[in-house]
Ligand binder design. Structure first.
Ligand code: F6R
Length: 609
């Protein structure tokens, strides 16, 4: 979704802004722009619809000596993705330029008011309304003008503002949309995402909701909306630059699929001890007793995180014997959920910025639940809002299609389930066996990655078929959903995931000669039933691509293609069976010529409801 970058310091701002925007590209955008404060009467704006390459052709690097500026990638909400609607927007004097992530909900009322004051608008955006309002409130003090304007605004914002009359000053404000200040030597960089900062510094300050920052080359000052000073702690970003670069891969998605063994090692490091059957999750220490008394768990998230939650539901019920439900975060908030004493809500989010998940979390807290987070992005909005939680520690995920985050989410939920299980009904030998199996998963994922050529062959054979089915049972049912989501989001092939036995209740009507049907048929209690489901597909002409455990009885007789994964305990199978499905989706998208890392219409973190 939209991205913000701002720079103030001794260096020319433009190359830093454009490099920052490139690092934010992965979030999804449809236009981009920059504003430079160069000592003229107005700020210099360059912006255009389309990719950053288009913007770059309009930029004059040679003459851009300004050392303060802002840049933006826009994902259209109000108004089409056109040159005019791209950010930055200015007030009508051209002195003030604004970039904005989020939505100004009362922009219509504000627009009417501003029009009555004689303001003429150039664009259809809510952001221009904000720029004009700040312009109207500006009487020589940018910070004050921003504060006064924001007091009149309803909605969400991550905001950066510059003014030609105050060169060397950036004003930023946050409500519901993240902003980070990267603190360098005699320079400061503002961004909505750490990816735009880490090439310059790893020392950061996270703005909290309701805070305004006045940033100059020598420092920054943070205040509340009431102008009360706020002291901020410097924090260190754990990410490294190579984690957000391609490192020889063609796409971030492939890099991140292949990073999974190492990512899961990091995720589990120091957290499990198979010998003693114990799990150490520092983030849960303070709430361990309350958690142990949990009578009900609600797991919530969106998209891939929701699929991980479905696996978590099985894990918590199996290992901890606590009734567990999975809810779409987008539905949870609006359906008057019942939160009784002893309800624990766990919000799952890679980015930690998903608006629906954040809203569900706040709803759960308002209703008295203990609210935990399973989040990848350290310091993100959701991570900060939760009462406690466990980070994934799988490193930044740049590809829009979530891969290693899914594996990390399932791994964390498995550890949490074992952690709780040991405090409930799970015996020490039972926990040891589970954790032993978990500890070898990274090596087994490597074996799954060795099926890449087979997965590519499947994609080569079927990438022109526009309807696919994915079937799985038990722990592998969520994996079927995830496999289907991966395929559709990056290759634009229609795919549906189903619990295998449900197929005969309707979707079986879709099966026709040669239709690819991916069946997860690993060793498990329902193996024979899955084989029956596969027979049903075959007898109607469907082509079965089976994800099976080595040595599975009879699978070669019924499947067109068989991809083997190693054997593990049933609850951990999703960590292995998902890998070939990620690879099939990846290769199908590449073969279809799709932009794998930036699929159409999608954004990496969805910060609107
Ligand atoms: C799918 C995908 C999305 C996200 C969803 C939640 O590949 O990436 O479905 O999983 O938008 O995002 P987070 O986990 O950041 O809350």
């Amino acid at each position: 979704m939209c991205g913000i970058v701002g720079y103030v310091g001794p260096r020319p701002a433009l190359p830093i802004l454009v490099e920052g925007l490139r690092r934010l590209e992965y979030r999804g955008y449809d236009s981009s722009g920059v504003a430079l404060v160069n000592g003229e009467r107005t700020v210099a704006i360059t912006k255009s619809a389309g990719r950053i390459n288009v913007l770059e052709q309009l930029l004059d690097y040679e003459h851009a000596t300004a050392t303060c500026g802002i840049g933006h990638t826009r994902w259209a909400t109000h108004g089409a993705p056109t040159d005019i609607n791209a950010h930055p927007h200015t007030d009508q004097t051209g002195r003030i330029a604004v970039i904005h992530n989020g939505i100004i909900e009362n922009y219509r009322a504000l627009k009417t008011y501003l029009a009555q004051q004689g303001v003429e608008f150039q664009s259809q955006t809510d952001t221009e309304v904000l720029a004009q309002l700040i312009g109207l409130r500006y009487h020589g003090n940018l910070e004050r003008a921003v504060r006064e304007a924001l007091l009149e605004v309803d909605g969400t914002y991550g905001l950066a503002v510059v003014c030609s009359e105050e060169p060397g000053v950036l004003v930023a404000a946050r409500k519901g949309s993240p902003l980070i200040i990267g603190v360098g030597k005699n320079e400061n960089i503002l961004a909505s995402d750490a990816a735009a900062i880490i090439a310059h510094t790893t020392q950061v300050v996270y703005l909290a909701d309701g805070e305004i920052a006045r940033i100059t080359a020598d420092g920054f000052k943070t205040t509340t909306m009431d102008a009360a000073p706020v002291t901020k702690e410097l924090e260190e970003i754990e990410w490294t630059l190579d984690q957000i670069e391609l490192g020889g891969h063609d796409h971030f998605m492939s890099k991140e699929i292949f990073e999974q063994p190492a990512a899961l090692e990091m995720c589990m490091r120091g957290r499990i001890d198979p010998h003693t059957g114990s799990v150490h999750l520092g983030g849960l220490t303070d709430c361990a007793r309350e958690l142990t008394r949990a009578k009900r768990i609600i797991l919530t998230g969106c998209g891939t995180a929701w699929h991980a939650a479905l696996v978590g539901e099985y894990l918590f019920e199996e290992l901890a014997r606590i009734p567990t439900e999975t809810e779409y975060a987008s539905e949870f908030r609006y359906r008057n959920p019942i939160i009784e004493d002893g309800t624990v809500v766990i919000a799952i989010s890679q980015s930690g910025e998903t608006a629906d998940t954040y809203a569900a979390l706040c709803e759960a807290q308002d209703r008295g639940a203990l609210a935990l987070g399973v989040v990848n992005s350290v310091g993100s909005t959701i991570a900060r809002q939760t009462d406690a939680g466990v980070y994934l520690h799988v490193g930044p995920e740049i590809g829009v299609a979530s891969t290693k985050a899914f594996s990390g989410q399932v791994t964390v939920l498995a550890m949490m389930a074992a952690f709780l299980g040991r405090r409930k009904h799970l015996s020490q030998p039972g926990a040891s066996q589970f954790l032993e199996a978990l500890s070898v998963i990274p090596r087994q994922v490597e074996q799954c990655l060795a099926t890449a050529d087979q997965c590519r062959a499947v994609a080569e054979r079927y990438h022109e078929r526009l309807n696919w089915l994915y079937l799985g049972r038990g722990f592998n049912y969520p994996v079927a959903l995830e496999g289907a989501l991966k395929l559709k989001e990056i290759s634009y092939i229609h795919a549906e995931g189903l619990p295998a036995a449900e197929m005969k209740h309707g979707p079986i009507a879709l099966i026709e000669e040669g239709m690819p049907v991916v069946c997860i048929a690993t060793n498990c209690a329902q193996y024979d039933k899955i084989i029956s489901n596969i027979e049903e597909v075959r007898s109607r002409g469907g082509h079965v691509i089976a994800i099976a455990t080595e040595g599975n009885r009879g699978i070669h007789e019924v499947a067109e293609q068989v991809i083997h994964v190693p054997d593990t305990l049933d609850p951990l199978q999703p960590l292995l069976t998902v890998v070939p499905l990620q690879l099939i989706a990846y290769h199908a998208a590449v073969l279809r010529g799709c932009n794998v890392d930036k699929p159409r219409n999608l954004a990496k973190s969805v910060t609107v409801e």
